[in-house]
Every structure is written in structure tokens, then in C-alpha cells.
Write a protein that binds this ligand. Structure first.
Ligand SMILES: NC(=O)c1ccc[n+]([C@@H]2O[C@H](COP(=O)([O-])OP(=O)(O)OC[C@H]3O[C@@H](n4cnc5c(N)ncnc54)[C@H](O)[C@@H]3O)[C@@H](O)[C@H]2O)c1
Ligand SMILES: O=c1ccn([C@@H]2O[C@H](COP(=O)(O)OP(=O)(O)O[C@H]3O[C@H](CO)[C@@H](O)[C@H](O)[C@H]3O)[C@@H](O)[C@H]2O)c(=O)[nH]1
Length: 434
């Protein structure tokens, strides 16, 4: 099939690459010329494992193209997949301005055969609204499909190629059938729904996962108070198939480009429709508390942080991505500097993106060793393999004081116990002090 993907960000690019990998002819369009120029040279503008190899292979096979020209991409195209950003607006609602612009852009190229697929995460009713907008311009009925995306950054390719399910929401059975055929080579279970249910499935899934994280974080805080170990508790809970083991890792809260904004957007939709949804308000409040927990603990341990050298290990919102959107490292850096600590941070790939957001109020190191040298304490913020795998005994020897606050419970206990002197403060577990 001939497919155009509008927006080559984390979702659009991964989708475009995977659709070409299963044999379709895909043209990806973006308004960002710099991105398209990089992509035309076979260079991925984002760090995403496995993406660049598939990108170059499919470009060489002639199935994957990039352009900034709508005409080049859309003329004669059967399927247009819209994957532009829907960031958080000032009032918590999803900002649909990129989507509205995209709808205007594509209107001129739509025929009665074209199927418009909205992959961006959009509030319930948006597909209907966009359809009406395009129909007003075109003057004939337009085929719309809501096809929300569930990939995670850091495993985008695997999540797309081996998805748990594909949601296809449409009021047009023929269009839904065609999109099902588009995905057929993936051999993934497909669920057909109305557009409104498809839109709701996306928000309900993200809000549920975010709530699961806030729940385990609250259990972790209680574990700390009563002397239990949240890792054991989560393991014991997760073995119950009705609960499941995934998303029970306690830590410094959820971040990223999706959970924070999508929970707020769902709450906004609830408010517009007269539904209180206090559960979601609590999910957000717990997360806000959790994001600053490492600093709260450090302040308590030292009785103040003025002049203390604090090493932050990890900046990206999760490992295997360079994305800094809503990363817990941002409020942590802010709090630390508010307490007048001297902060030196290290991240294997996100440093340049972090610098654009956090700026020069903290220093950036080129290695773990450089960051931790003569530090009064280490704060583990992102559980990169390099950080999990570090030699803790050697590390603490290079610090001024051997104090570690592990925001991801990612250092193996045996490595801590092998240290001759250490103070190790995990989340939701008893500290180890040697
Ligand atoms: N990032 C994720 O892991 C993820 C996962 C599932 C769903 N989503 C949803 O998918 C959507 C896209 O997210 P993202 O993280 O890929 O965003 P992103 O910001 O990385 O990418 C969006 C891209 O769209 C481009 N764009 C904006 N307007 C355009 C236009 N009129 N024409 C062509 N290109 C245009 C931008 O230049 C940018 O490159 C959002 O709705 C998000 O909520 C994201
Ligand atoms: O047990 C856990 C699992 C995750 N997190 C945190 O939660 C956030 C989100 O992590 P993850 O879900 O792995 O990454 P995302 O790429 O943000 O993916 C989420 O958001 C996407 C955008 O909507 C969806 O497509 C995915 O299904 C959904 O998992 C990160 O800050 C993680 O550190 C935890 O604190 N504990």
C-alpha cells in the first residue's frame, strides 16, 4: 500500500519505518527541514534502539522516503497517518493546534478514496471534529480512522512490530477493514471499535498505568515507614495474574512525553463532562511528591545542601531514550539548586537535550567517574545499564562521602554490601549502612 505519515517524531518515524519494513511504500513528511535533511542522509534525529538500522535498510530498498513537500507525499496516496504532537496546553487540555494545522494542510489532497488515520493521542470527539473540518473544505464525506499508538520510547520498534493489540476505531467499516489489512503482516490482535472508544482506550490505558505507578509509589512510602521492602511486595503482588508484574517499579515517579500530559488531559475531559475523577487528581499529586523525594531525603540526611557537591546520574526520563520531556531530572535539578547544592550530572545520551531545558545552573560531566569525583552524594535518576552496571565499591572510594540515593532501586544489593563503607538509601526499602 502507498502510505504517507505526517509528523516524523518518535511515533511518526517509528511507525513509518515499521510500515515500510512490512512491505508498504511509505513517505514521511515533516515541517522541520533539519529533521528531514538528517533523515534523507539515513541519520535518525532521535536516539531509539534499532531505529537507524531499519531506517537505512528500508530507504535502500526504496520503500521509505522523506520530504517536506505535501504535494510529493500526498498526491495519489491511499492512506494518510497523522502523528503530529498533541502537547499539554495551559489548562491541562491537549493542545490540538498542530493537529488542526495538519488537517488544513492535508485537506487539499484528500479524495473520496483517501483514509485519514489519526495516530496522535487526542481527546474523545477529536476524530469527529477533524472529520467535519476536512469535510467542510472538501465538500464530500471523508473516511476517518482512530488508531492510537501504544509504543514506549526506548523499545519503539519492538513495541510496534510485536504490539499487544492494534486499536482501529471507525464509523466506516470499509476504512477500518483497509487499515486492518495494512497491519495484517504484523499478525497482532486487532480490536475494532467506534472512534470515540478508540480515543478513550488510549487515555484510559495511560491513566491506568500512571495510577499503577502512583499506587506502588505510595505503597513504597508506606513500606519505608513500616520497615517492609517494596521490591518484595511488588514481586509478591505481581505474581497474581489479576495484578501483573509490569509497572510496579517504585521510584521517583512517572515522566516522559505521555503519562503526565495524558493524565491531565483525561482529567480535563472528565471536568468538561461533569465527572470529578478524584483518583486521577491523587495520581498526579503522588507523582509530584515522588519526583522531589530524592532531594527531600538528601536534605533530611545532610540537614541542608548548601555547598554540597551532588552527582546526578541519569537525565533522560527513562533509559534508552534521549527524550527529556517531563523528566524527573528537571524538578530534581531545580530543587537541588534551590538548596544551593553544586550539581554535576551525567547521562549517556540525553546531555545535549537536557542542557537546552535545565541550562547552565548545573554542570554536565562526560562520564560517571567525572560526575561522582569528590561528590558528597550520588542521586540515581535514570536506570541506564551503564549506571546499573557500575562498580559501586570503586565509585564510593572516589566520592567525598559514600552516600547514594537510588531513585530507581537499580543497584544490586550485593554490590552495595561489597562496599567497605557506604550509606545506601533506596525507595521503599530499608537503607543499607556499612
Ligand atoms: N512519544 C511516544 O512515545 C508516544 C507514544 C504513543 C503516542 N504518542 C502520541 O503521538 C503523538 C506524536 O508524539 P511524538 O512524541 O512522536 O511527538 P514529536 O513532537 O516527537 O513529533 C511530532 C512531529 O510532528 C511534526 N509536525 C508538527 N506539525 C506538522 C505538520 N503540520 N505537518 C508535518 N509535520 C508536523 C513536528 O515537526 C514533529 O517532528 C502525540 O499525540 C503523542 O501523545 C506518543
Ligand atoms: O514500573 C514503572 C514503569 C514506568 N515508570 C516510569 O513511567 C514513565 C513512563 O515509562 P514507559 O511507560 O516505559 O515509557 P513511555 O515511552 O512514556 O510509554 C508510555 O507512554 C506512551 C505514550 O502514550 C505509550 O504509548 C506507552 O504505552 C506507555 O507505556 C517513565 O518515567 C518511567 O520511569 C515507573 O516509574 N515505574
Amino acid at each position: 500500500m502507498k502510505i504517507a505519515v505526517l509528523g516524523t517524531g518518535y511515533v511518526g518515524l517509528s511507525t513509518g519505518v515499521c510500515l515500510s519494513q512490512i512491505g508498504h511504500h511509505v513517505t514521511c513528511i515533516d515541517i522541520n527541514e533539519q529533521k528531514i535533511n538528517q533523515l534523507l542522509q539515513g541519520i535518525s534525529p532521535i536516539y531509539e534502539p534499532g531505529l537507524e538500522d531499519l531506517l537505512t535498510a528500508n530507504m535502500e530498498a526504496g520503500r521509505l522516503h522523506f520530504t517536506t513537500s505535501l504535494n510529493e507525499a500526498l498526491a495519489g496516496t491511499e492512506i494518510i497517518v497523522v502523528a503530529v504532537g498533541t502537547p499539554q496546553g495551559d489548562d491541562g487540555a491537549a493542545d490540538l493546534s498542530y493537529l488542526v494545522q495538519a488537517a488544513k494542510d492535508i485537506s487539499a489532497y484528500i479524495t473520496s478514496d483517501t483514509i485519514v488515520v489519526i495516530k496522535s493521542t487526542v481527546p474523545v470527539g477529536t476524530n469527529d471534529f477533524v472529520r467535519k473540518m476536512i469535510e467542510d473544505q472538501c465538500g464530500f464525506p471523508v473516511k476517518m480512522v482512530s488508531n492510537p499508538e501504544f509504543l514506549r520510547q526506548g523499545s519503539a520498534i519492538e513495541d510496534t512490530m510485536k504490539a499487544d493489540r492494534i486499536i482501529i476505531g471507525s464509523e466506516n467499516a470499509e476504512a477500518a477493514g483497509k487499515i486492518r489489512d495494512m497491519y495484517q503482516p504484523l499478525n497482532v490482535p486487532v480490536i475494532l471499535t467506534s472512534t470515540r472508544s478508540a480515543e478513550m482506550i488510549k487515555y484510559a490505558s495511560n491513566a491506568f498505568l500512571a495510577t499503577k505507578i502512583s499506587y506502588i509509589n505510595e505503597i513504597a512510602n508506606l513500606c519505608e515507614a513500616v520497615g517492609a521492602d517494596v521490591t518484595d511486595v511488588a514481586k509478591g503482588m505481581g505474581k497474581d495474574k489479576r495484578i501483573g508484574e509490569a509497572f510496579l517499579n517504585a521510584g521517583i515517579g512517572y515522566g516522559g512525553s505521555c503519562f503526565p500530559k495524558d493524565v491531565k488531559a483525561l482529567l480535563h475531559t472528565a471536568g468538561l463532562n461533569g465527572v470529578e475523577f478524584p483518583l486521577l487528581k491523587e495520581t498526579i499529586a503522588i507523582n509530584e511528591y515522588q519526583r522531589k523525594l530524592l532531594v527531600t531525603k538528601a536534605v533530611k540526611r545532610f540537614g541542608g545542601l548548601k555547598g554540597k557537591k551532588i552527582a546526578m546520574l541519569g537525565l533522560a526520563f527513562k533509559p534508552e531514550t534521549d527524550d527529556m520531556r517531563e523528566a524527573p531530572s528537571i524538578p530534581i535539578a531545580e530543587e537541588l539548586t534551590k538548596f544551593e547544592a553544586e550539581v554535576v550530572a551525567y547521562d549517556p545520551v540525553a546531555t545535549e537535550n537536557a542542557r537546552k531545558i535545565i541550562g547552565d545552573k548545573i554542570k554536565y560531566a562526560g562520564s560517571i567517574d567525572q560526575a561522582i569525583f569528590e561528590a558528597d552524594a550520588v542521586l540515581i535518576v535514570t536506570e541506564w545499564n551503564e549506571i546499573k552496571g557500575m562498580d559501586v565499591s570503586k565509585m564510593v572510594e572516589k566520592m567525598k562521602e559514600p552516600i547514594i540515593f537510588d531513585g530507581r532501586n537499580c543497584l544490586p544489593e550485593e554490590k552495595i554490601r561489597a562496599c567497605s563503607s557506604v550509606e545506601y538509601y533506596p525507595i521503599g526499602k530499608p537503607p543499607i549502612i556499612i
